[in-house]
Design a protein around this ligand. Structure first.
Ligand SMILES: NC(=O)C1=CN([C@@H]2O[C@H](COP(=O)(O)OP(=O)(O)OC[C@H]3O[C@@H](n4cnc5c(N)ncnc54)[C@H](O)[C@@H]3O)[C@@H](O)[C@H]2O)[C@H](O)CC1
Ligand SMILES: [K+]
Length: 518
Protein backbone atom coordinates (compact mmCIF):
# COMPACT_ATOMS: atom_id res chain seq x y z
CA UNK A 1 0.00 0.00 0.00
CA UNK A 2 1.29 3.42 -0.91
CA UNK A 3 1.86 6.08 1.72
CA UNK A 4 1.05 9.51 0.34
CA UNK A 5 2.29 12.84 1.63
CA UNK A 6 -0.26 15.50 2.64
CA UNK A 7 0.37 17.31 -0.67
CA UNK A 8 -0.36 14.13 -2.59
CA UNK A 9 -3.59 13.58 -0.62
CA UNK A 10 -4.77 17.09 -1.48
CA UNK A 11 -3.90 16.36 -5.12
CA UNK A 12 -5.84 13.09 -4.96
CA UNK A 13 -8.84 15.00 -3.56
CA UNK A 14 -8.70 17.45 -6.42
CA UNK A 15 -8.41 14.70 -9.04
CA UNK A 16 -11.37 12.90 -7.44
CA UNK A 17 -13.64 15.95 -7.46
CA UNK A 18 -12.86 16.55 -11.14
CA UNK A 19 -13.08 12.93 -12.31
CA UNK A 20 -16.20 12.00 -10.33
CA UNK A 21 -17.80 15.41 -10.76
CA UNK A 22 -18.65 15.73 -7.09
CA UNK A 23 -18.28 18.61 -4.62
CA UNK A 24 -15.77 18.64 -1.76
CA UNK A 25 -18.72 18.63 0.60
CA UNK A 26 -19.92 15.34 -0.94
CA UNK A 27 -16.48 13.87 -0.37
CA UNK A 28 -16.67 14.99 3.26
CA UNK A 29 -20.06 13.32 3.51
CA UNK A 30 -18.52 10.06 2.27
CA UNK A 31 -15.83 10.31 4.93
CA UNK A 32 -18.37 11.02 7.66
CA UNK A 33 -20.68 8.21 6.53
CA UNK A 34 -17.80 5.73 6.56
CA UNK A 35 -16.84 6.78 10.08
CA UNK A 36 -20.43 6.59 11.25
CA UNK A 37 -20.84 3.06 9.81
CA UNK A 38 -17.62 2.01 11.51
CA UNK A 39 -18.85 3.27 14.88
CA UNK A 40 -22.44 2.04 14.48
CA UNK A 41 -21.39 -1.54 13.66
CA UNK A 42 -19.38 -1.60 16.89
CA UNK A 43 -21.63 0.42 19.19
CA UNK A 44 -25.05 -0.87 18.03
CA UNK A 45 -26.80 2.14 19.56
CA UNK A 46 -25.10 1.82 22.98
CA UNK A 47 -26.03 4.70 25.33
CA UNK A 48 -22.44 5.88 25.77
CA UNK A 49 -21.72 9.60 25.84
CA UNK A 50 -19.77 10.65 22.73
CA UNK A 51 -17.88 13.96 22.92
CA UNK A 52 -16.95 15.28 19.48
CA UNK A 53 -14.17 17.90 19.46
CA UNK A 54 -14.12 19.62 16.09
CA UNK A 55 -11.71 22.19 14.69
CA UNK A 56 -12.70 24.77 12.10
CA UNK A 57 -11.00 23.19 9.06
CA UNK A 58 -12.09 20.16 7.10
CA UNK A 59 -11.06 17.74 9.83
CA UNK A 60 -13.48 19.62 12.05
CA UNK A 61 -16.03 19.46 9.21
CA UNK A 62 -15.71 15.66 9.19
CA UNK A 63 -16.39 15.63 12.93
CA UNK A 64 -19.42 17.91 12.64
CA UNK A 65 -20.89 15.77 9.83
CA UNK A 66 -20.27 12.63 11.90
CA UNK A 67 -22.08 14.25 14.84
CA UNK A 68 -25.17 14.70 12.62
CA UNK A 69 -25.21 11.00 11.66
CA UNK A 70 -24.76 9.93 15.28
CA UNK A 71 -27.56 12.25 16.38
CA UNK A 72 -29.91 10.93 13.70
CA UNK A 73 -29.33 7.39 14.96
CA UNK A 74 -30.12 8.31 18.55
CA UNK A 75 -26.62 8.49 20.02
CA UNK A 76 -25.94 10.66 23.06
CA UNK A 77 -23.60 13.34 21.72
CA UNK A 78 -21.93 16.54 22.86
CA UNK A 79 -20.34 18.69 20.14
CA UNK A 80 -17.56 21.21 20.78
CA UNK A 81 -16.07 23.59 18.24
CA UNK A 82 -12.44 24.32 19.03
CA UNK A 83 -12.07 27.89 17.74
CA UNK A 84 -8.33 28.01 17.19
CA UNK A 85 -8.72 30.35 14.22
CA UNK A 86 -11.32 32.50 12.42
CA UNK A 87 -10.54 30.92 9.04
CA UNK A 88 -13.37 28.39 9.02
CA UNK A 89 -13.49 26.15 5.95
CA UNK A 90 -16.56 26.18 3.70
CA UNK A 91 -17.37 22.55 4.22
CA UNK A 92 -17.08 23.00 7.98
CA UNK A 93 -19.60 25.85 7.79
CA UNK A 94 -22.01 23.89 5.58
CA UNK A 95 -22.01 21.04 8.06
CA UNK A 96 -22.32 23.35 11.05
CA UNK A 97 -25.48 24.80 9.53
CA UNK A 98 -26.87 21.31 8.96
CA UNK A 99 -26.25 20.51 12.59
CA UNK A 100 -27.97 23.70 13.73
CA UNK A 101 -30.92 22.83 11.44
CA UNK A 102 -31.35 19.80 13.67
CA UNK A 103 -31.30 21.99 16.75
CA UNK A 104 -27.93 20.83 17.94
CA UNK A 105 -25.92 23.68 19.41
CA UNK A 106 -22.23 23.01 19.79
CA UNK A 107 -20.23 24.44 22.69
CA UNK A 108 -17.73 26.92 21.27
CA UNK A 109 -14.36 26.69 23.00
CA UNK A 110 -11.67 29.36 23.00
CA UNK A 111 -8.79 30.42 25.22
CA UNK A 112 -11.18 31.61 27.92
CA UNK A 113 -13.39 28.51 28.09
CA UNK A 114 -13.45 26.02 30.94
CA UNK A 115 -12.28 22.53 30.14
CA UNK A 116 -15.26 20.21 29.61
CA UNK A 117 -16.00 17.35 32.00
CA UNK A 118 -15.33 13.94 30.52
CA UNK A 119 -15.77 10.62 32.27
CA UNK A 120 -13.40 7.76 31.56
CA UNK A 121 -16.34 5.68 30.33
CA UNK A 122 -17.16 8.21 27.59
CA UNK A 123 -15.89 8.24 24.03
CA UNK A 124 -14.00 11.15 22.53
CA UNK A 125 -13.96 11.82 18.79
CA UNK A 126 -10.89 13.87 17.96
CA UNK A 127 -11.53 16.05 14.90
CA UNK A 128 -9.54 19.11 15.98
CA UNK A 129 -6.71 19.08 13.45
CA UNK A 130 -6.18 16.86 10.41
CA UNK A 131 -3.40 16.77 7.85
CA UNK A 132 -3.64 20.56 7.52
CA UNK A 133 -1.81 21.27 10.79
CA UNK A 134 1.06 23.57 9.91
CA UNK A 135 2.22 25.09 13.19
CA UNK A 136 2.28 24.20 16.86
CA UNK A 137 -1.20 24.58 18.38
CA UNK A 138 -1.75 27.53 20.74
CA UNK A 139 -1.19 26.94 24.46
CA UNK A 140 -4.89 26.73 25.29
CA UNK A 141 -5.41 24.12 22.56
CA UNK A 142 -2.46 22.14 23.95
CA UNK A 143 -4.09 22.33 27.39
CA UNK A 144 -7.35 21.03 25.93
CA UNK A 145 -5.51 18.18 24.17
CA UNK A 146 -3.70 17.23 27.40
CA UNK A 147 -7.05 17.33 29.21
CA UNK A 148 -8.54 14.90 26.66
CA UNK A 149 -5.52 12.60 26.98
CA UNK A 150 -5.79 12.68 30.78
CA UNK A 151 -9.50 11.84 30.75
CA UNK A 152 -8.72 8.13 30.11
CA UNK A 153 -11.77 8.02 27.82
CA UNK A 154 -11.42 6.04 24.57
CA UNK A 155 -10.20 8.41 21.85
CA UNK A 156 -11.16 7.83 18.24
CA UNK A 157 -9.16 10.15 15.99
CA UNK A 158 -10.42 11.34 12.63
CA UNK A 159 -7.78 10.85 9.90
CA UNK A 160 -4.75 11.53 12.13
CA UNK A 161 -4.35 12.30 15.86
CA UNK A 162 -4.66 16.07 16.27
CA UNK A 163 -1.31 17.72 16.83
CA UNK A 164 0.64 15.29 14.64
CA UNK A 165 2.23 16.82 11.56
CA UNK A 166 2.55 14.66 8.47
CA UNK A 167 6.17 15.59 7.78
CA UNK A 168 7.95 16.37 11.05
CA UNK A 169 8.05 15.52 14.73
CA UNK A 170 6.05 17.99 16.90
CA UNK A 171 8.19 20.17 19.19
CA UNK A 172 5.77 19.84 22.07
CA UNK A 173 4.51 16.30 22.44
CA UNK A 174 1.86 17.46 24.96
CA UNK A 175 0.02 19.00 22.04
CA UNK A 176 -0.69 15.62 20.44
CA UNK A 177 -3.77 13.45 20.96
CA UNK A 178 -2.98 9.94 22.14
CA UNK A 179 -5.42 8.04 19.99
CA UNK A 180 -6.69 4.59 20.86
CA UNK A 181 -7.90 4.21 17.31
CA UNK A 182 -7.35 6.25 14.16
CA UNK A 183 -9.70 6.09 11.19
CA UNK A 184 -7.48 7.33 8.40
CA UNK A 185 -8.95 8.30 5.06
CA UNK A 186 -7.86 6.22 2.07
CA UNK A 187 -4.21 5.86 3.10
CA UNK A 188 -2.26 5.57 6.35
CA UNK A 189 0.15 8.42 7.15
CA UNK A 190 3.93 7.97 7.45
CA UNK A 191 4.00 9.24 11.04
CA UNK A 192 1.95 6.23 12.19
CA UNK A 193 5.07 4.09 11.67
CA UNK A 194 7.92 6.13 13.14
CA UNK A 195 8.97 5.55 16.77
CA UNK A 196 8.56 9.13 18.03
CA UNK A 197 5.13 9.72 16.46
CA UNK A 198 3.80 6.15 16.16
CA UNK A 199 3.28 6.08 19.94
CA UNK A 200 0.27 8.36 19.46
CA UNK A 201 -1.45 5.70 17.34
CA UNK A 202 -2.44 2.59 19.24
CA UNK A 203 -4.40 1.12 16.34
CA UNK A 204 -5.31 2.41 12.91
CA UNK A 205 -7.52 1.47 10.05
CA UNK A 206 -7.99 2.89 6.59
CA UNK A 207 -11.46 3.95 5.45
CA UNK A 208 -11.94 3.88 1.70
CA UNK A 209 -13.57 7.17 0.67
CA UNK A 210 -13.36 6.37 -3.03
CA UNK A 211 -10.53 8.71 -4.07
CA UNK A 212 -9.70 8.48 -7.77
CA UNK A 213 -8.15 5.04 -8.29
CA UNK A 214 -6.20 6.08 -11.38
CA UNK A 215 -4.45 8.82 -9.43
CA UNK A 216 -3.75 6.47 -6.54
CA UNK A 217 -2.29 3.88 -8.90
CA UNK A 218 -0.14 6.20 -10.98
CA UNK A 219 1.24 8.52 -8.31
CA UNK A 220 4.74 7.53 -7.16
CA UNK A 221 5.32 7.66 -3.41
CA UNK A 222 8.41 7.96 -1.24
CA UNK A 223 7.14 5.22 1.09
CA UNK A 224 5.28 1.96 0.64
CA UNK A 225 3.69 -0.14 3.35
CA UNK A 226 4.60 -3.81 3.01
CA UNK A 227 2.01 -6.45 3.86
CA UNK A 228 1.25 -9.92 2.50
CA UNK A 229 -0.04 -8.80 -0.88
CA UNK A 230 3.14 -6.83 -1.53
CA UNK A 231 5.52 -9.71 -0.75
CA UNK A 232 3.47 -12.46 -2.38
CA UNK A 233 4.42 -11.15 -5.79
CA UNK A 234 8.09 -11.93 -5.01
CA UNK A 235 7.49 -15.52 -3.96
CA UNK A 236 9.47 -18.05 -5.99
CA UNK A 237 7.81 -21.47 -6.05
CA UNK A 238 9.97 -24.60 -6.04
CA UNK A 239 9.98 -26.65 -9.21
CA UNK A 240 9.65 -30.41 -9.47
CA UNK A 241 13.01 -31.15 -11.09
CA UNK A 242 15.04 -28.82 -8.91
CA UNK A 243 17.89 -30.00 -6.67
CA UNK A 244 19.80 -28.43 -3.83
CA UNK A 245 22.11 -26.69 -6.32
CA UNK A 246 19.09 -24.87 -7.72
CA UNK A 247 18.64 -23.02 -4.43
CA UNK A 248 22.11 -21.65 -4.04
CA UNK A 249 24.81 -21.68 -1.43
CA UNK A 250 24.82 -19.21 1.46
CA UNK A 251 28.09 -18.48 3.22
CA UNK A 252 27.78 -17.14 6.75
CA UNK A 253 30.95 -15.49 8.08
CA UNK A 254 31.52 -14.41 11.67
CA UNK A 255 31.72 -15.70 15.24
CA UNK A 256 34.37 -15.41 17.94
CA UNK A 257 34.97 -17.05 21.32
CA UNK A 258 31.74 -16.69 23.33
CA UNK A 259 29.77 -15.54 20.30
CA UNK A 260 29.37 -18.64 18.22
CA UNK A 261 25.64 -18.56 18.96
CA UNK A 262 25.19 -15.53 16.69
CA UNK A 263 26.58 -17.31 13.59
CA UNK A 264 24.75 -20.48 14.51
CA UNK A 265 21.45 -18.62 14.49
CA UNK A 266 22.21 -16.88 11.17
CA UNK A 267 23.28 -20.12 9.54
CA UNK A 268 20.24 -22.02 10.69
CA UNK A 269 17.96 -19.17 9.57
CA UNK A 270 19.59 -19.19 6.10
CA UNK A 271 18.92 -22.92 5.88
CA UNK A 272 15.35 -22.67 7.17
CA UNK A 273 14.52 -19.90 4.74
CA UNK A 274 15.40 -22.22 1.89
CA UNK A 275 19.04 -21.88 0.92
CA UNK A 276 20.09 -25.11 -0.86
CA UNK A 277 23.45 -25.25 0.93
CA UNK A 278 24.88 -23.33 3.84
CA UNK A 279 28.54 -23.08 4.83
CA UNK A 280 29.62 -21.27 7.97
CA UNK A 281 33.06 -19.67 8.17
CA UNK A 282 34.12 -19.34 11.81
CA UNK A 283 37.13 -19.54 14.13
CA UNK A 284 38.15 -23.04 15.28
CA UNK A 285 36.61 -22.63 18.73
CA UNK A 286 33.16 -22.85 17.13
CA UNK A 287 33.75 -25.94 15.01
CA UNK A 288 32.18 -28.56 17.28
CA UNK A 289 29.41 -26.27 18.43
CA UNK A 290 28.23 -25.66 14.89
CA UNK A 291 28.64 -29.19 13.60
CA UNK A 292 26.69 -30.53 16.54
CA UNK A 293 23.93 -27.97 16.74
CA UNK A 294 23.18 -27.77 13.00
CA UNK A 295 24.31 -30.98 11.25
CA UNK A 296 22.93 -29.83 7.88
CA UNK A 297 25.55 -27.07 7.69
CA UNK A 298 29.15 -27.30 6.44
CA UNK A 299 31.88 -25.55 8.40
CA UNK A 300 35.16 -23.88 7.42
CA UNK A 301 37.49 -22.51 10.08
CA UNK A 302 40.15 -19.84 10.33
CA UNK A 303 41.98 -18.52 13.40
CA UNK A 304 41.60 -19.97 16.88
CA UNK A 305 39.18 -17.71 18.74
CA UNK A 306 38.54 -15.03 16.13
CA UNK A 307 38.85 -14.73 12.35
CA UNK A 308 42.32 -13.78 11.07
CA UNK A 309 41.67 -13.94 7.33
CA UNK A 310 38.55 -14.36 5.25
CA UNK A 311 39.64 -16.44 2.35
CA UNK A 312 37.85 -19.52 1.00
CA UNK A 313 37.96 -21.70 -2.08
CA UNK A 314 34.27 -22.52 -2.30
CA UNK A 315 31.90 -20.67 -4.63
CA UNK A 316 28.97 -19.41 -2.60
CA UNK A 317 26.09 -17.43 -4.11
CA UNK A 318 26.01 -14.81 -1.36
CA UNK A 319 27.82 -13.92 1.87
CA UNK A 320 26.19 -12.88 5.15
CA UNK A 321 28.89 -11.41 7.34
CA UNK A 322 29.63 -9.87 10.75
CA UNK A 323 27.51 -11.68 13.36
CA UNK A 324 29.49 -12.18 16.60
CA UNK A 325 32.67 -11.54 14.61
CA UNK A 326 34.33 -9.08 17.03
CA UNK A 327 36.15 -5.91 16.02
CA UNK A 328 39.73 -6.92 16.88
CA UNK A 329 42.52 -5.50 14.71
CA UNK A 330 43.22 -8.71 12.82
CA UNK A 331 39.57 -9.41 12.19
CA UNK A 332 39.02 -5.83 11.03
CA UNK A 333 41.94 -6.16 8.62
CA UNK A 334 40.61 -9.52 7.42
CA UNK A 335 37.27 -7.89 6.62
CA UNK A 336 38.86 -5.01 4.71
CA UNK A 337 41.09 -7.35 2.68
CA UNK A 338 38.08 -9.55 1.92
CA UNK A 339 35.98 -6.57 0.81
CA UNK A 340 38.76 -5.45 -1.55
CA UNK A 341 38.60 -8.68 -3.55
CA UNK A 342 35.01 -9.78 -3.03
CA UNK A 343 32.54 -9.72 -5.93
CA UNK A 344 29.72 -11.69 -4.28
CA UNK A 345 26.47 -10.12 -3.06
CA UNK A 346 26.79 -9.15 0.60
CA UNK A 347 24.56 -8.88 3.65
CA UNK A 348 26.46 -7.00 6.37
CA UNK A 349 25.46 -7.02 10.02
CA UNK A 350 26.72 -6.35 13.53
CA UNK A 351 30.54 -6.21 13.80
CA UNK A 352 30.99 -5.94 10.03
CA UNK A 353 29.05 -2.67 10.32
CA UNK A 354 30.98 -1.60 13.42
CA UNK A 355 34.28 -2.18 11.61
CA UNK A 356 33.04 -0.26 8.56
CA UNK A 357 31.89 2.62 10.78
CA UNK A 358 35.48 3.01 11.93
CA UNK A 359 36.89 2.66 8.40
CA UNK A 360 34.41 4.51 6.25
CA UNK A 361 36.81 4.52 3.30
CA UNK A 362 36.22 0.75 3.02
CA UNK A 363 32.56 1.38 2.22
CA UNK A 364 33.64 2.02 -1.36
CA UNK A 365 34.51 -1.67 -1.75
CA UNK A 366 30.91 -2.79 -1.15
CA UNK A 367 29.24 -4.16 -4.28
CA UNK A 368 26.19 -2.19 -5.41
CA UNK A 369 23.01 -3.18 -3.56
CA UNK A 370 24.89 -4.60 -0.60
CA UNK A 371 22.45 -4.95 2.30
CA UNK A 372 23.26 -3.33 5.65
CA UNK A 373 21.13 -4.37 8.63
CA UNK A 374 22.05 -2.04 11.52
CA UNK A 375 20.23 -1.82 14.85
CA UNK A 376 19.86 1.76 16.16
CA UNK A 377 23.33 1.99 17.79
CA UNK A 378 25.06 0.50 14.73
CA UNK A 379 23.14 2.89 12.51
CA UNK A 380 24.28 5.84 14.63
CA UNK A 381 27.90 4.72 14.26
CA UNK A 382 27.41 4.60 10.48
CA UNK A 383 25.49 7.81 9.79
CA UNK A 384 26.08 9.88 12.93
CA UNK A 385 23.55 11.17 15.48
CA UNK A 386 20.15 12.33 14.23
CA UNK A 387 17.91 15.07 15.58
CA UNK A 388 14.66 13.16 15.23
CA UNK A 389 13.02 10.39 13.17
CA UNK A 390 12.69 12.55 10.06
CA UNK A 391 16.33 13.59 10.28
CA UNK A 392 17.24 9.90 10.59
CA UNK A 393 15.29 9.07 7.41
CA UNK A 394 17.01 11.93 5.58
CA UNK A 395 20.46 10.76 6.67
CA UNK A 396 19.78 7.12 5.82
CA UNK A 397 18.51 8.14 2.40
CA UNK A 398 21.67 10.18 1.73
CA UNK A 399 23.93 7.35 2.95
CA UNK A 400 22.11 4.74 0.88
CA UNK A 401 22.41 6.94 -2.21
CA UNK A 402 26.07 7.77 -1.66
CA UNK A 403 27.20 4.16 -1.24
CA UNK A 404 24.45 2.59 -3.41
CA UNK A 405 23.52 0.28 -0.56
CA UNK A 406 20.23 -1.10 0.75
CA UNK A 407 19.82 -0.09 4.39
CA UNK A 408 17.43 -1.84 6.72
CA UNK A 409 16.55 0.35 9.71
CA UNK A 410 15.50 -2.22 12.28
CA UNK A 411 12.72 -1.30 14.71
CA UNK A 412 9.04 -1.80 15.51
CA UNK A 413 8.32 -0.94 11.88
CA UNK A 414 11.52 -1.89 10.09
CA UNK A 415 12.14 0.31 7.06
CA UNK A 416 14.14 -0.91 4.07
CA UNK A 417 15.68 1.97 2.14
CA UNK A 418 17.00 2.01 -1.39
CA UNK A 419 17.28 4.58 -4.16
CA UNK A 420 15.41 7.20 -2.20
CA UNK A 421 12.45 4.98 -1.36
CA UNK A 422 11.44 3.42 1.98
CA UNK A 423 9.51 0.16 2.39
CA UNK A 424 7.79 -0.01 5.77
CA UNK A 425 7.21 -3.44 7.24
CA UNK A 426 3.99 -4.36 9.02
CA UNK A 427 4.87 -7.65 10.71
CA UNK A 428 6.73 -8.27 13.98
CA UNK A 429 6.13 -7.56 17.66
CA UNK A 430 7.95 -6.36 20.82
CA UNK A 431 8.70 -9.98 21.79
CA UNK A 432 11.25 -9.93 18.97
CA UNK A 433 13.37 -7.35 20.78
CA UNK A 434 15.56 -10.18 22.04
CA UNK A 435 19.13 -11.47 21.70
CA UNK A 436 19.87 -13.05 18.32
CA UNK A 437 16.77 -11.70 16.58
CA UNK A 438 18.95 -9.60 14.26
CA UNK A 439 21.32 -12.50 13.53
CA UNK A 440 18.27 -14.46 12.46
CA UNK A 441 17.14 -11.71 10.11
CA UNK A 442 20.55 -11.60 8.42
CA UNK A 443 20.37 -15.36 7.93
CA UNK A 444 16.89 -15.17 6.39
CA UNK A 445 17.89 -12.45 3.92
CA UNK A 446 21.11 -14.27 3.00
CA UNK A 447 19.15 -17.50 2.50
CA UNK A 448 16.69 -15.77 0.18
CA UNK A 449 19.42 -14.23 -1.99
CA UNK A 450 21.04 -17.68 -2.26
CA UNK A 451 17.80 -18.97 -3.83
CA UNK A 452 17.68 -16.33 -6.51
CA UNK A 453 15.69 -13.49 -4.98
CA UNK A 454 17.14 -10.10 -5.95
CA UNK A 455 18.78 -8.22 -3.10
CA UNK A 456 15.83 -5.82 -2.84
CA UNK A 457 13.26 -8.61 -2.88
CA UNK A 458 15.26 -10.54 -0.28
CA UNK A 459 15.51 -7.49 1.98
CA UNK A 460 11.79 -6.63 1.87
CA UNK A 461 10.56 -10.24 1.87
CA UNK A 462 13.09 -11.31 4.51
CA UNK A 463 12.03 -8.56 6.91
CA UNK A 464 8.38 -9.48 6.35
CA UNK A 465 8.94 -13.24 6.88
CA UNK A 466 11.09 -12.69 9.96
CA UNK A 467 8.36 -10.52 11.51
CA UNK A 468 5.58 -12.88 10.51
CA UNK A 469 7.45 -15.81 11.98
CA UNK A 470 7.81 -13.87 15.24
CA UNK A 471 4.08 -13.08 15.20
CA UNK A 472 3.17 -16.74 14.73
CA UNK A 473 5.65 -17.87 17.39
CA UNK A 474 4.19 -15.34 19.82
CA UNK A 475 0.93 -17.28 19.97
CA UNK A 476 2.80 -20.08 21.74
CA UNK A 477 5.47 -18.18 23.68
CA UNK A 478 3.98 -14.85 24.75
CA UNK A 479 6.10 -11.70 24.51
CA UNK A 480 8.61 -12.38 27.28
CA UNK A 481 9.52 -15.95 26.34
CA UNK A 482 9.95 -15.41 22.62
CA UNK A 483 13.59 -16.14 21.71
CA UNK A 484 15.46 -16.03 18.40
CA UNK A 485 15.25 -19.82 17.97
CA UNK A 486 11.45 -19.53 18.07
CA UNK A 487 11.66 -17.12 15.12
CA UNK A 488 13.75 -19.62 13.18
CA UNK A 489 11.39 -22.46 14.02
CA UNK A 490 8.39 -20.38 12.96
CA UNK A 491 9.76 -19.65 9.47
CA UNK A 492 8.01 -22.66 7.94
CA UNK A 493 4.63 -21.42 9.20
CA UNK A 494 5.44 -17.93 7.93
CA UNK A 495 5.92 -19.35 4.40
CA UNK A 496 2.72 -21.40 4.70
CA UNK A 497 0.80 -18.36 5.95
CA UNK A 498 1.56 -16.54 2.69
CA UNK A 499 -1.00 -18.73 0.96
CA UNK A 500 -3.67 -18.81 3.65
CA UNK A 501 -6.89 -17.29 2.42
CA UNK A 502 -8.35 -14.74 4.85
CA UNK A 503 -11.25 -16.13 6.87
CA UNK A 504 -14.63 -16.07 5.14
CA UNK A 505 -17.02 -13.34 6.21
CA UNK A 506 -19.90 -14.72 8.27
CA UNK A 507 -23.40 -15.07 6.89
CA UNK A 508 -24.64 -12.31 9.19
CA UNK A 509 -22.02 -9.92 7.79
CA UNK A 510 -23.13 -10.86 4.28
CA UNK A 511 -26.74 -10.08 5.23
CA UNK A 512 -25.67 -6.73 6.72
CA UNK A 513 -23.87 -5.89 3.51
CA UNK A 514 -27.00 -6.59 1.46
CA UNK A 515 -29.02 -4.36 3.81
CA UNK A 516 -26.55 -1.53 3.28
CA UNK A 517 -26.79 -1.84 -0.50
CA UNK A 518 -30.62 -1.53 -0.24
N1 LIG B 1 -8.91 13.00 0.97
C1 LIG B 1 -9.09 13.07 2.22
O1 LIG B 1 -8.40 12.41 2.95
C2 LIG B 1 -10.12 13.99 2.75
C3 LIG B 1 -9.89 14.56 3.95
N2 LIG B 1 -10.75 15.38 4.56
C4 LIG B 1 -10.41 15.92 5.84
O2 LIG B 1 -9.74 17.14 5.64
C5 LIG B 1 -8.66 17.23 6.54
C6 LIG B 1 -7.71 18.27 6.12
O3 LIG B 1 -8.43 19.48 6.19
P1 LIG B 1 -7.76 20.92 6.18
O4 LIG B 1 -8.87 21.90 6.25
O5 LIG B 1 -6.85 21.03 5.04
O6 LIG B 1 -6.89 20.91 7.48
P2 LIG B 1 -7.29 20.77 9.02
O7 LIG B 1 -8.66 20.34 9.25
O8 LIG B 1 -6.23 19.98 9.61
O9 LIG B 1 -7.38 22.25 9.51
C7 LIG B 1 -6.36 22.99 9.88
C8 LIG B 1 -6.67 24.43 9.43
O10 LIG B 1 -6.21 25.32 10.39
C9 LIG B 1 -5.01 25.98 9.99
N3 LIG B 1 -4.00 25.62 10.98
C10 LIG B 1 -3.06 24.70 10.87
N4 LIG B 1 -2.35 24.59 12.00
C11 LIG B 1 -2.89 25.47 12.87
C12 LIG B 1 -2.61 25.84 14.21
N5 LIG B 1 -1.64 25.24 14.90
N6 LIG B 1 -3.36 26.75 14.80
C13 LIG B 1 -4.36 27.35 14.15
N7 LIG B 1 -4.68 27.06 12.85
C14 LIG B 1 -3.95 26.13 12.24
C15 LIG B 1 -4.66 25.47 8.62
O11 LIG B 1 -4.33 26.56 7.82
C16 LIG B 1 -5.93 24.72 8.17
O12 LIG B 1 -6.71 25.56 7.39
C17 LIG B 1 -8.16 15.83 6.57
O13 LIG B 1 -7.32 15.56 7.66
C18 LIG B 1 -9.46 15.07 6.64
O14 LIG B 1 -9.92 14.98 7.98
C19 LIG B 1 -12.00 15.72 3.88
O15 LIG B 1 -13.04 15.90 4.75
C20 LIG B 1 -12.44 14.64 2.93
C21 LIG B 1 -11.35 14.27 1.98
K1 LIG C 1 -7.87 14.55 14.12
Amino acid sequence: MKIFSAEQIYKADKATLEKQDISSEELMERAATQMFNWMHVRMQGAPVKIHLFCGIGNNGGDGIALARHLFEHGYDIAVYVVKYSDKRSNDFLVNLERLKDRKIWPVFLDDKSDLPNISQDDIIVDAVFGIGLNRTPDDWVTKLISHLNDSKAFILAVDIPSGLFTNCVPENLDSVIKANYVLSFQVPKLVFFLPQTGVFVEQWEVLDIGLDSEFLMKEETEYDLIAKSEVLQFYRPRTKYSHKGTYGHALIVGGSYGKIGAVTLSSKAALKSGSGLVTTYIPECGYQILQTSVPEIMVLTNGKTSLETIDFDIKPTVVGIGMGMGIGERTAKALTEFLKVNKLPLVLDADALNILSKNKESLKYLPEESILTPHPKELERLIGKWKDDFDKLKKVKAFSKKYKTIIIIKGAHTITFYQGKGYINTTGNPGMATAGSGDTLTGVITGLIAQGYTNMQAAIFGVYLHGKSGDLALEKTGYQSLVASDIINGLGQAFIDLFKVPEQVSEQQEEDKKENVK
